[in-house]
Design a protein around this ligand. Sequence first.
Ligand code: SAH
Length: 344
Amino acid sequence: MKPIIETYSLEQLADIVKELGLPQFRTRQIAAWLYAKNAASYDDMSDLSKLLRGTLAEECPLVRPRIVDQQASNDGTRKFVLELHDGVLVETVGIPSEDGRLTVCCSSQSGCAMNCAFCATGRSGFRRNLLPGEIAEQVPIVSDQLDQRVSNVVMMGQGEPFANYSNAINALHIMNHPKLLGIGARRITVSTCGVIPGIKRFSQEPEQFTLAISLHSAVQETRDHLMPGVTNYPLLELRKTVQDYLDKTDRRVTFEYALMRGINDSPRELEALIDFCSGMLCHVNLIPLNEISDSSFHPVTHKRMQEWCDQLNAAGVNATIRNSRGSDIAGACGQLANSYANHR
Ligand code: SAH
Protein backbone atom coordinates (compact mmCIF):
# COMPACT_ATOMS: atom_id res chain seq x y z
CA MET A 1 0.00 0.00 0.00
CA LYS A 2 1.19 3.52 -0.78
CA PRO A 3 1.95 5.70 2.25
CA ILE A 4 -1.16 7.55 3.33
CA ILE A 5 -1.18 11.31 3.15
CA GLU A 6 -1.36 11.90 6.90
CA THR A 7 2.12 10.43 7.23
CA TYR A 8 3.65 13.44 5.49
CA SER A 9 5.06 16.62 6.95
CA LEU A 10 4.25 19.90 5.17
CA GLU A 11 7.68 19.77 3.48
CA GLN A 12 7.06 16.23 2.24
CA LEU A 13 3.62 17.24 1.02
CA ALA A 14 5.24 20.03 -0.98
CA ASP A 15 7.64 17.45 -2.48
CA ILE A 16 4.76 15.21 -3.52
CA VAL A 17 3.00 18.14 -5.13
CA LYS A 18 6.21 18.93 -7.01
CA GLU A 19 6.68 15.34 -8.10
CA LEU A 20 3.17 15.30 -9.46
CA GLY A 21 4.09 18.37 -11.50
CA LEU A 22 1.53 20.56 -9.75
CA PRO A 23 1.89 24.24 -8.85
CA GLN A 24 3.01 24.88 -5.26
CA PHE A 25 -0.23 26.56 -4.16
CA ARG A 26 -1.77 23.08 -4.25
CA THR A 27 0.25 22.18 -1.16
CA ARG A 28 -1.52 24.78 0.99
CA GLN A 29 -4.84 23.92 -0.58
CA ILE A 30 -4.53 20.21 0.19
CA ALA A 31 -3.12 20.85 3.67
CA ALA A 32 -6.03 23.17 4.43
CA TRP A 33 -8.51 20.47 3.44
CA LEU A 34 -6.66 17.92 5.52
CA TYR A 35 -6.25 19.94 8.69
CA ALA A 36 -8.29 23.16 8.72
CA LYS A 37 -11.35 21.52 7.18
CA ASN A 38 -10.84 17.93 8.30
CA ALA A 39 -11.96 16.53 4.93
CA ALA A 40 -13.07 12.91 5.17
CA SER A 41 -11.88 12.06 1.67
CA TYR A 42 -10.43 13.60 -1.48
CA ASP A 43 -13.97 13.84 -2.85
CA ASP A 44 -14.61 16.63 -0.33
CA MET A 45 -11.85 18.78 -1.84
CA SER A 46 -14.19 20.67 -4.10
CA ASP A 47 -11.63 23.11 -5.51
CA LEU A 48 -9.46 20.31 -6.90
CA SER A 49 -10.36 18.81 -10.27
CA LYS A 50 -11.81 15.34 -10.35
CA LEU A 51 -8.74 14.18 -12.21
CA LEU A 52 -6.40 15.57 -9.56
CA ARG A 53 -8.47 14.08 -6.75
CA GLY A 54 -8.20 10.72 -8.46
CA THR A 55 -4.44 11.01 -8.88
CA LEU A 56 -3.98 12.00 -5.24
CA ALA A 57 -6.17 9.13 -4.04
CA GLU A 58 -4.07 6.80 -6.13
CA GLU A 59 -0.65 8.19 -5.16
CA CYS A 60 -1.19 8.98 -1.49
CA PRO A 61 -4.49 7.70 -0.14
CA LEU A 62 -6.32 9.62 2.57
CA VAL A 63 -7.36 7.24 5.34
CA ARG A 64 -8.76 9.00 8.39
CA PRO A 65 -8.55 7.16 11.69
CA ARG A 66 -11.71 5.46 12.89
CA ILE A 67 -13.04 6.43 16.30
CA VAL A 68 -13.46 2.94 17.70
CA ASP A 69 -14.37 3.93 21.23
CA GLN A 70 -15.09 7.07 23.18
CA GLN A 71 -15.96 8.03 26.70
CA ALA A 72 -17.25 11.19 28.34
CA SER A 73 -16.22 12.17 31.84
CA ASN A 74 -18.51 13.76 34.42
CA ASP A 75 -16.32 16.83 34.13
CA GLY A 76 -16.87 17.18 30.38
CA THR A 77 -13.53 15.65 29.33
CA ARG A 78 -13.87 13.37 26.31
CA LYS A 79 -11.52 10.57 25.42
CA PHE A 80 -11.33 9.02 21.95
CA VAL A 81 -9.67 5.79 20.93
CA LEU A 82 -8.52 6.11 17.33
CA GLU A 83 -7.66 3.24 15.05
CA LEU A 84 -5.07 4.29 12.50
CA HIS A 85 -4.89 3.00 8.93
CA ASP A 86 -2.72 0.04 9.96
CA GLY A 87 -4.87 -1.00 12.90
CA VAL A 88 -2.68 0.69 15.52
CA LEU A 89 -4.66 2.27 18.35
CA VAL A 90 -3.98 5.61 19.97
CA GLU A 91 -5.87 7.80 22.40
CA THR A 92 -6.56 11.50 22.35
CA VAL A 93 -8.41 13.65 24.87
CA GLY A 94 -10.49 16.83 24.57
CA ILE A 95 -10.62 18.97 27.71
CA PRO A 96 -13.12 21.85 27.58
CA SER A 97 -12.85 24.44 30.32
CA GLU A 98 -15.37 26.84 31.78
CA ASP A 99 -13.66 29.87 30.31
CA GLY A 100 -14.41 28.60 26.80
CA ARG A 101 -11.05 27.07 26.01
CA LEU A 102 -10.73 23.63 24.50
CA THR A 103 -7.46 21.81 25.09
CA VAL A 104 -6.47 18.73 23.16
CA CYS A 105 -4.14 16.32 24.89
CA CYS A 106 -2.56 14.59 21.94
CA SER A 107 -0.41 11.50 21.63
CA SER A 108 2.92 11.34 19.82
CA GLN A 109 3.39 7.55 19.88
CA SER A 110 1.15 4.53 20.20
CA GLY A 111 2.14 3.18 23.59
CA CYS A 112 5.45 4.24 25.13
CA ALA A 113 8.87 2.71 25.64
CA MET A 114 9.81 4.73 28.71
CA ASN A 115 8.31 2.45 31.34
CA CYS A 116 7.68 5.01 34.06
CA ALA A 117 6.66 2.90 37.04
CA PHE A 118 3.50 4.88 37.84
CA CYS A 119 2.16 5.33 34.29
CA ALA A 120 -0.29 3.05 32.49
CA THR A 121 0.81 3.93 28.95
CA GLY A 122 4.08 1.99 29.04
CA ARG A 123 2.39 -1.14 30.32
CA SER A 124 0.94 -2.09 26.98
CA GLY A 125 4.39 -1.62 25.45
CA PHE A 126 5.45 0.51 22.54
CA ARG A 127 3.72 0.07 19.18
CA ARG A 128 5.11 2.73 16.89
CA ASN A 129 5.92 6.37 16.36
CA LEU A 130 3.09 8.49 15.05
CA LEU A 131 3.80 10.46 11.89
CA PRO A 132 3.27 14.21 11.54
CA GLY A 133 -0.30 14.25 10.21
CA GLU A 134 -1.32 11.43 12.54
CA ILE A 135 -0.37 13.61 15.49
CA ALA A 136 -1.78 16.84 14.06
CA GLU A 137 -5.12 15.42 12.90
CA GLN A 138 -6.04 14.60 16.50
CA VAL A 139 -6.77 18.33 16.83
CA PRO A 140 -9.44 18.64 14.09
CA ILE A 141 -10.91 15.26 15.09
CA VAL A 142 -11.51 16.45 18.66
CA SER A 143 -12.65 19.84 17.39
CA ASP A 144 -15.27 18.22 15.14
CA GLN A 145 -16.47 15.86 17.84
CA LEU A 146 -16.92 18.64 20.39
CA ASP A 147 -18.04 21.11 17.77
CA GLN A 148 -15.68 23.72 19.15
CA ARG A 149 -12.47 25.39 18.06
CA VAL A 150 -9.36 24.06 19.75
CA SER A 151 -7.50 26.80 21.62
CA ASN A 152 -4.66 24.86 23.26
CA VAL A 153 -2.68 21.71 22.70
CA VAL A 154 -0.70 19.72 25.23
CA MET A 155 1.46 16.92 23.87
CA MET A 156 0.88 14.95 27.05
CA GLY A 157 -0.94 11.93 25.74
CA GLN A 158 0.66 8.62 24.91
CA GLY A 159 4.32 8.48 24.11
CA GLU A 160 7.53 10.42 24.53
CA PRO A 161 7.59 13.23 21.95
CA PHE A 162 11.37 13.66 22.12
CA ALA A 163 11.83 9.99 21.25
CA ASN A 164 9.98 10.88 18.03
CA TYR A 165 11.42 14.36 17.62
CA SER A 166 11.07 15.26 13.93
CA ASN A 167 7.59 13.86 13.57
CA ALA A 168 6.47 15.67 16.70
CA ILE A 169 7.95 18.99 15.55
CA ASN A 170 6.50 18.61 12.08
CA ALA A 171 3.10 18.03 13.70
CA LEU A 172 3.55 21.22 15.72
CA HIS A 173 4.22 23.13 12.50
CA ILE A 174 0.85 21.96 11.13
CA MET A 175 -0.89 22.92 14.38
CA ASN A 176 0.83 26.29 14.56
CA HIS A 177 0.42 27.25 10.88
CA PRO A 178 -1.94 30.25 10.66
CA LYS A 179 -3.71 28.84 7.60
CA LEU A 180 -4.00 25.32 9.02
CA LEU A 181 -4.83 24.82 12.69
CA GLY A 182 -3.77 28.32 13.75
CA ILE A 183 -2.88 27.50 17.33
CA GLY A 184 -0.39 30.00 18.74
CA ALA A 185 2.98 28.50 19.72
CA ARG A 186 2.61 29.68 23.31
CA ARG A 187 -0.60 27.71 23.52
CA ILE A 188 1.16 24.52 22.55
CA THR A 189 2.99 22.63 25.31
CA VAL A 190 5.28 19.68 24.76
CA SER A 191 5.99 17.44 27.72
CA THR A 192 9.08 15.25 27.92
CA CYS A 193 10.25 12.83 30.56
CA GLY A 194 13.64 14.55 30.29
CA VAL A 195 15.26 13.39 27.05
CA ILE A 196 18.19 15.79 27.08
CA PRO A 197 19.12 15.77 23.36
CA GLY A 198 15.46 16.60 22.62
CA ILE A 199 15.47 19.55 25.02
CA LYS A 200 18.63 20.85 23.34
CA ARG A 201 17.05 20.61 19.90
CA PHE A 202 13.84 22.16 21.17
CA SER A 203 15.75 25.20 22.42
CA GLN A 204 16.78 25.86 18.80
CA GLU A 205 13.21 25.95 17.46
CA PRO A 206 12.25 29.48 16.44
CA GLU A 207 8.64 29.20 17.62
CA GLN A 208 7.73 30.01 21.21
CA PHE A 209 6.41 26.57 22.07
CA THR A 210 6.13 25.80 25.79
CA LEU A 211 8.25 23.09 27.39
CA ALA A 212 7.17 20.89 30.29
CA ILE A 213 9.40 18.30 31.93
CA SER A 214 8.18 15.37 33.99
CA LEU A 215 10.45 15.50 37.01
CA HIS A 216 8.64 13.56 39.77
CA SER A 217 11.73 13.61 41.95
CA ALA A 218 14.83 15.74 42.30
CA VAL A 219 16.61 12.91 44.13
CA GLN A 220 18.54 10.82 41.62
CA GLU A 221 17.90 7.48 43.29
CA THR A 222 14.14 8.03 43.52
CA ARG A 223 13.94 9.29 39.96
CA ASP A 224 15.90 6.31 38.64
CA HIS A 225 13.46 4.01 40.35
CA LEU A 226 10.38 5.85 39.07
CA MET A 227 11.59 6.64 35.55
CA PRO A 228 13.92 3.88 34.37
CA GLY A 229 13.80 5.14 30.78
CA VAL A 230 15.81 8.26 31.56
CA THR A 231 18.54 7.01 33.89
CA ASN A 232 20.99 7.99 31.14
CA TYR A 233 19.96 11.61 31.55
CA PRO A 234 20.90 12.42 35.16
CA LEU A 235 19.42 15.30 37.12
CA LEU A 236 22.60 17.40 37.17
CA GLU A 237 22.85 17.29 33.41
CA LEU A 238 19.12 17.85 33.07
CA ARG A 239 19.35 20.97 35.21
CA LYS A 240 22.25 22.30 33.18
CA THR A 241 20.36 21.63 29.93
CA VAL A 242 17.31 23.47 31.26
CA GLN A 243 19.51 26.39 32.29
CA ASP A 244 20.90 26.56 28.75
CA TYR A 245 17.36 26.31 27.36
CA LEU A 246 16.34 29.25 29.57
CA ASP A 247 19.37 31.30 28.58
CA LYS A 248 18.50 30.77 24.96
CA THR A 249 14.74 31.15 25.00
CA ASP A 250 13.86 33.07 28.16
CA ARG A 251 10.66 31.04 28.26
CA ARG A 252 9.47 29.60 31.55
CA VAL A 253 9.70 25.83 31.91
CA THR A 254 7.16 23.72 33.77
CA PHE A 255 8.21 20.81 35.96
CA GLU A 256 5.54 18.18 36.46
CA TYR A 257 5.59 16.43 39.81
CA ALA A 258 3.05 13.75 40.69
CA LEU A 259 3.09 13.34 44.45
CA MET A 260 3.12 9.69 45.52
CA ARG A 261 2.59 8.67 49.10
CA GLY A 262 5.77 7.42 50.77
CA ILE A 263 7.75 7.68 47.53
CA ASN A 264 8.56 11.28 46.66
CA ASP A 265 6.70 13.26 49.34
CA SER A 266 9.27 13.40 52.15
CA PRO A 267 10.86 16.60 53.51
CA ARG A 268 14.13 15.50 51.86
CA GLU A 269 12.39 15.28 48.51
CA LEU A 270 10.86 18.71 49.01
CA GLU A 271 14.23 20.19 49.87
CA ALA A 272 15.81 18.57 46.80
CA LEU A 273 13.04 19.96 44.60
CA ILE A 274 13.51 23.46 46.00
CA ASP A 275 17.28 23.24 45.40
CA PHE A 276 16.73 21.94 41.88
CA CYS A 277 14.38 24.78 41.00
CA SER A 278 16.00 27.71 42.72
CA GLY A 279 17.47 30.30 40.44
CA MET A 280 15.57 28.97 37.42
CA LEU A 281 12.69 30.57 35.54
CA CYS A 282 10.31 27.70 36.21
CA HIS A 283 7.00 26.62 37.55
CA VAL A 284 6.18 23.42 39.42
CA ASN A 285 2.94 21.75 38.51
CA LEU A 286 1.96 19.38 41.32
CA ILE A 287 -0.20 16.58 39.93
CA PRO A 288 -2.54 14.45 42.01
CA LEU A 289 -1.45 10.90 41.17
CA ASN A 290 -4.08 9.04 39.20
CA GLU A 291 -4.49 5.51 40.41
CA ILE A 292 -3.91 2.85 37.80
CA SER A 293 -4.75 -0.80 38.27
CA ASP A 294 -2.29 -3.16 40.00
CA SER A 295 -0.10 -0.27 41.00
CA SER A 296 1.80 0.10 44.25
CA PHE A 297 1.71 3.88 43.92
CA HIS A 298 -0.90 5.95 45.71
CA PRO A 299 -1.73 9.64 45.79
CA VAL A 300 -1.10 11.85 48.81
CA THR A 301 -3.93 13.66 50.58
CA HIS A 302 -5.08 16.99 49.25
CA LYS A 303 -3.82 18.54 52.48
CA ARG A 304 -0.32 17.19 51.82
CA MET A 305 -0.47 18.47 48.29
CA GLN A 306 -1.45 21.94 49.53
CA GLU A 307 1.37 21.90 52.10
CA TRP A 308 3.90 21.17 49.36
CA CYS A 309 2.45 23.89 47.20
CA ASP A 310 2.62 26.42 50.05
CA GLN A 311 6.14 25.44 51.04
CA LEU A 312 7.42 25.66 47.48
CA ASN A 313 5.91 29.10 47.05
CA ALA A 314 7.28 30.20 50.43
CA ALA A 315 10.73 29.13 49.25
CA GLY A 316 10.32 31.27 46.15
CA VAL A 317 9.48 28.40 43.79
CA ASN A 318 6.39 29.14 41.80
CA ALA A 319 4.01 26.17 42.21
CA THR A 320 0.39 25.26 41.51
CA ILE A 321 -1.75 22.14 41.78
CA ARG A 322 -2.93 20.72 38.46
CA ASN A 323 -6.62 20.23 38.17
CA SER A 324 -6.34 16.76 36.66
CA ARG A 325 -9.38 15.99 34.56
CA GLY A 326 -11.07 12.92 33.13
CA SER A 327 -9.82 10.37 35.69
CA ASP A 328 -13.23 8.63 35.83
CA ILE A 329 -12.81 7.59 32.19
CA ALA A 330 -9.09 6.77 32.45
CA GLY A 331 -8.48 9.88 30.41
CA ALA A 332 -6.23 11.71 32.87
CA CYS A 333 -2.42 11.96 33.12
CA GLY A 334 -0.79 8.57 32.94
CA GLN A 335 -3.98 6.63 32.26
CA LEU A 336 -3.95 6.47 28.47
CA ALA A 337 -3.45 2.78 27.95
CA ASN A 338 -5.49 1.99 24.86
CA SER A 339 -8.06 0.51 27.19
CA TYR A 340 -10.26 -0.47 24.27
CA ALA A 341 -7.60 -2.97 23.24
CA ASN A 342 -7.40 -4.30 26.77
CA HIS A 343 -11.14 -4.80 26.97
CA ARG A 344 -11.31 -6.92 23.87
N1 SAH B 1 6.33 11.20 27.87
C1 SAH B 1 6.02 12.55 28.16
C2 SAH B 1 4.60 12.91 27.78
C3 SAH B 1 3.54 12.28 28.67
S1 SAH B 1 2.80 13.54 29.59
C4 SAH B 1 6.32 12.88 29.60
O1 SAH B 1 6.64 11.96 30.34
O2 SAH B 1 6.31 14.03 29.97
C5 SAH B 1 1.92 12.68 30.78
C6 SAH B 1 2.20 13.25 32.15
O3 SAH B 1 1.46 12.49 33.12
C7 SAH B 1 3.65 13.11 32.52
O4 SAH B 1 4.03 14.19 33.31
C8 SAH B 1 3.63 11.84 33.34
O5 SAH B 1 4.76 11.70 34.13
C9 SAH B 1 2.35 12.03 34.11
N2 SAH B 1 1.81 10.79 34.68
C10 SAH B 1 2.07 9.53 34.30
N3 SAH B 1 1.39 8.66 35.08
C11 SAH B 1 0.70 9.40 35.95
C12 SAH B 1 -0.21 9.07 36.98
N4 SAH B 1 -0.52 7.81 37.29
N5 SAH B 1 -0.77 10.09 37.67
C13 SAH B 1 -0.48 11.37 37.36
N6 SAH B 1 0.37 11.73 36.40
C14 SAH B 1 0.95 10.77 35.70
